[in-house]
Structure formats: C-alpha cells, structure tokens
Design a protein around this ligand. Structure first.
Ligand code: AHR
Length: 523
C-alpha cells in the first residue's frame, strides 16, 4: 500500500488518524498562529522563475521582435510583461537549464547574431535574437533581478569571465565599450550566477570530483566586476535523493582557504514526475487517482530537502550556503500534437495545489531554502502563462504565485494544526496544508490548502495576541481537479474573494475542495 507521510506533519497526522472516524472527518480543523514567535524571513527569491531558451519559452512567449504586430516594447511582448509585473518576480534564471551548458554569449549580442542549432532542445534553429541585452531589458521591464547560468559544459572560465565583464564592468574596457556600443553604457547588475547546470547529467556527465575541480576555478575567477554588487555564486547541487554530490561540494567549500573561492548557494533540482521517466502523467483529463498520486509525489520535496539540508548542516551549521531549488514543478506528458522537445503542457487546478504545497515546503524551511525557481515561466512545463500567437492565458499556477505575493520577504510564524487525512485508494495525504507569516505590510497572512477534492473544509483560525475579528482574501478553486484555463475560456480557474468572521474565539473559513486560499487576519 502506498502511504505518503509528510515530514513535520507525520506525528500530527498519525495521531489524528488514530482517532479519525467517519463522524469526525468533517469537523473543523483548529489552527493556531503564534504571532509572538517570529521565525526566518521567507526570502522573496523562493518565488523566482526560470526561462530557458527552449521551445516557446522565450521565442513567441516573451520575445516577438520589434517588427511583430503583437504589441511589444523593444521586441518583448507587453501582455506578458504586464502579467508578470503583478507577480513581483524576484529573479529570472536564464538561459538554461541544459541549454546553458552549450550557450556562447557572444552569439547573442550586437547587430549580427550567430544562428545556431539548439542541440539541447529539439535541434531547431536558434536565432539568438534574444541575447544578453534583451534578457536584461526583459527583467528590467518586469522588475526582476538577473540570475544567469554560466556555460561550464562547453565553455571556458575565460569565456565566462568575459561575459561577466561585458555585463557588469563600469571601467572603459573593451567589453564594457562593446556593451555601450550595443546600447547599454551603464553596467548591468547580475544578482546571481549559477556555475553550470546539472553537471552530473546534461551538463557534461561529470563525477563529483570533476565538477568540484571546475567549481574551484569558476568560483575563483568568475564574478561581478562591481565590488559593491557582487553576484551570489550558486554551485550545481543534487538532482536526486543521493547525498554524495552534496557531500562533495560542501566538503570542497569547507576546505577552501584564503581567497581561493566562495559560494553562497547550492542548487537542487527536483521535478514532480509520478511513475518514473519519461514523464507520462496527462496534464488534463485525469481522474482523482492521478490527482492523488501526483500530489503524493510532490510532497516528497520536503523530506528530500531535509536529507540534503542535513548534509549541508554538517559542513555549514551557520547556514551561509543557501539551498537553491532552482528547478521544480510538475513535469507531465507533452501536450498532444506538440513537439515533445518543447515541453508544452497544460496547467490545471492540480498544478495550483501542487505549487502551493511546494511554496509552503520552501517557506517552512526558509532558514536554508532562500531561493527557488519554478520550471518554467512561459509555455514550458508548469508555466505561469501560455501564449498562442497574439493570445495569452494565465494558468492556475500563475494565480497561486499572485496570491502568495504577500509572503515575499514575510516573517514565518509558527502554526499548529492537526492536518487530518485525505485518503484515496492507495494514497494517504494530509487534508490541510498551512503556513502563516507576518508580511512586510505588518499583516498576519495565512495560506491554506485543502487537498481533498471532494470535501470542503472548515478551518477555525486563532491567533492569540493579535485580536483578529475577521479574515479576508482570495480562494482558488475549480469545477474539477483537471480544470484548466484556455484561450477561449480563460477564467475557468480564477481566484474569488473569501472571508471569515469571528465565531467562538476563532475565524471560521470554509475552504472549497482542492483549493488554495490566502487571507490576511484583520483586527
Ligand atoms: O527544465 C527543463 C530541463 O530540466 C532543464 O533544462 C534541465 O536542467 C532539467 O533537466
């Protein structure tokens, strides 16, 4: 029997299971927020995005070119920019992914772009019309920071140094002058740089020893040319439960000395792929069994992070090195009729629930998980936005990211509740998932996910000490767990207002089945 238990909730859930009966199953769940015990800051960078030069992630999705009839600003589509601005996207990881390890930045700057074959994704022609300056323009338009992935696979330390000099040098060097000639005299800021991507796989099938040798050189010699704005350096981390890679990188970091090198982050990649590779779970037209299986799979993210964090803790008890989950999300079967190399998939209410569960997992571990990037922002995998020519639709996952904006840089607050159980077939999951935080606006915010697709759930939320009398916010529910937004029906899954009032000392909120709710408590 498949039995999924969630770290941190297991004891509560197990205790509840022992007494749960058909009668008690629909009782309200009492949830208590301890607003007097502030925890870690939920770094806004856990709401980061990833945009790879893959399929229509960039071309068509973000970049349409200046001559396009689709409204654009310097080639970047206005509708997509407006939608992303509302998410307050903290950073965009680019240009890959696997693509990054074959990316030569000079191909994508200046008036004469080098056309290449995108060997990472479908062997299609890559015009390089969207290069460094277009990326920087795009992130400036949406108000995000730069997170570039360096080419460790097919590039050199020198090429990466040159790229960073092109982007960040203020002095009148040849490369800074080249940037100015390309229309950008002022240096760009590169907030984060990734040293390779999945070097244990598409990034060169390196052993941990081979990678750490590369890491020492890249981390030593490549960086921002602006001493006042150094780039955080993020090493390639694990992509499975195996901790050997993490051990090797953290040991290398621990044994560094003098001014040899430093890193501030270790990456972790983990997709929700139920039933093994290749991804085959349909994105639409699935039943409750598939719903439960996929959510059970995604909840493995918590224990995975905990196992990797435990290794990091041994080398880095002060948590100087962040765990950066810079690829996560549902990886499902490709949309019927699409190019499988383009990783196009629809996005349902199940994806919305999945996104909320993962954001909660990261937030609870905010002391170590200080960055994450969902894969991917537009038209690829678990996207925020889908486009088709001039048309654009916002996905259920988009709405979750928008609803969670108040959690950006908020302070985590302890929350206790007996999660209850959602049981379907061979899968047992918690019925409720919840986090609480004090936002930068001073308000206490709750995010509540009802995993049960058949039963609504009453939560009685109490926050002793803050004298709340009501709660207001939004809830994202859908007619069915596989409901999606389409170009013709873009509002099937959209957030609706929800509010709760004080009843018997707690705020009573009724969460619809398979829903995500975010509310602020009000005095
Ligand atoms: O996001 C798609 C791909 O998944 C990325 O390019 C790669 O890093 C990962 O395997």
């Amino acid at each position: 029997m498949r039995h999924v238990m969630i770290a941190g909730l297991c004891l509560l859930a197990a205790a509840f299971a022992a007494t749960a009966t058909a009668k008690t199953a629909d009782r309200p769940i009492r949830l208590v927020v301890d607003a007097g015990k502030p925890g870690a800051t939920i770094d806004r960078h856990i709401f980061g995005q990833f945009a790879e030069q893959l399929g229509h992630g960039i071309y068509g999705g973000i970049w349409v070119g200046r001559a396009s009839s689709i409204p654009n600003t310097r080639g970047i589509r206005n509708d997509v920019v407006a939608a992303l601005k509302a998410l307050k996207v903290p950073d965009v990881r680019w240009p890959g992914g696997c693509y990054a390890d074959s990316y030569h930045w000079r191909d994508g700057v200046g008036p004469d772009r080098t056309t290449r074959v995108n060997t990472a994704w479908g062997d299609v022609v890559d015009s390089n019309a969207f290069g460094t300056d277009e990326y920087m323009d795009f992130i400036a338009q949406i108000g995000a920071e730069a997170y570039v992935s360096l080419d460790v696979g097919s590039g050199t330390v020198g090429e990466a140094q040159d790229w960073m000099e092109y982007m960040t040098a203020d002095q009148p060097t040849t490369l800074a002058k080249m940037r100015a000639a390309n229309g950008h005299p002022a240096p760009y800021r590169v907030a984060m740089m990734g040293i390779g991507n999945e070097s244990w796989d598409c990034g060169g099938l390196m052993t941990a020893d081979e990678y750490t040798a590369e890491l020492r050189r890249y981390a030593r010699f490549v960086g921002s040319y602006d001493a006042k704005q150094p780039s955080l350096k993020i090493a390639v981390g694990p992509g499975t439960d195996d901790t050997a890679w993490t051990e090797a990188v953290m040991k290398t970091w621990k044994e560094r000395h003098g001014w040899s090198f430093d890193i501030q982050g270790l990456s972790l990649h983990s997709y929700t792929v139920y039933g093994g590779w290749p991804p085959h779970m349909p994105a639409t037209g699935f039943d409750e069994t598939a719903y439960a299986h996929v959510l059970g799979e995604t909840l493995k993210m918590g224990p995975l992070i905990d196992r990797q964090s435990a290794v990091m803790d041994r080398y880095d008890p002060d948590k100087k090195v962040a765990l950066v989950v810079d690829e996560w999300g549902a990886w499902l079967a490709p949309a019927p009729g699409s190019n499988p190399a383009f990783l196009i998939q629809q996005n349902s209410q199940r994806d919305a629930v999945l996104a909320a569960l993962n954001l909660d997992i990261f937030a609870r571990r905010a002391d170590r998980v200080r960055m994450a990037n969902i894969a991917q922002m537009v038209n690829v995998l678990q996207a925020m936005i889908l486009t088709d020519g001039p048309r654009m639709v916002l996905t259920p996952t988009y709405h979750v990211f928008r609803m969670y904006v108040p959690f950006q840089d908020a302070t985590l607050l302890p929350v206790t509740y007996a999660a209850g159980l959602y049981v379907h077939g061979d899968t047992t999951l918690p019925r409720l998932d919840a986090i609480a935080a004090r936002g930068t606006d001073g308000k206490v915010w709750l995010a509540l996910t009802n995993l049960d697709p058949k039963r609504s759930l009453q939560v009685d939320a109490a926050a002793p000490g803050i004298k709340a009398t009501s709660a207001d916010g939004q809830t994202l529910a859908a007619p069915k767990v596989d409901s999606v937004n389409t170009f013709d029906h873009p509002r099937t899954v959209v957030p609706r207002p929800i509010s709760g009032r004080l009843e018997n000392g707690a705020i009573a909120l009724t969460l619809p089945p398979a829903s995500v709710t975010v509310v602020a408590l009000r005095p």
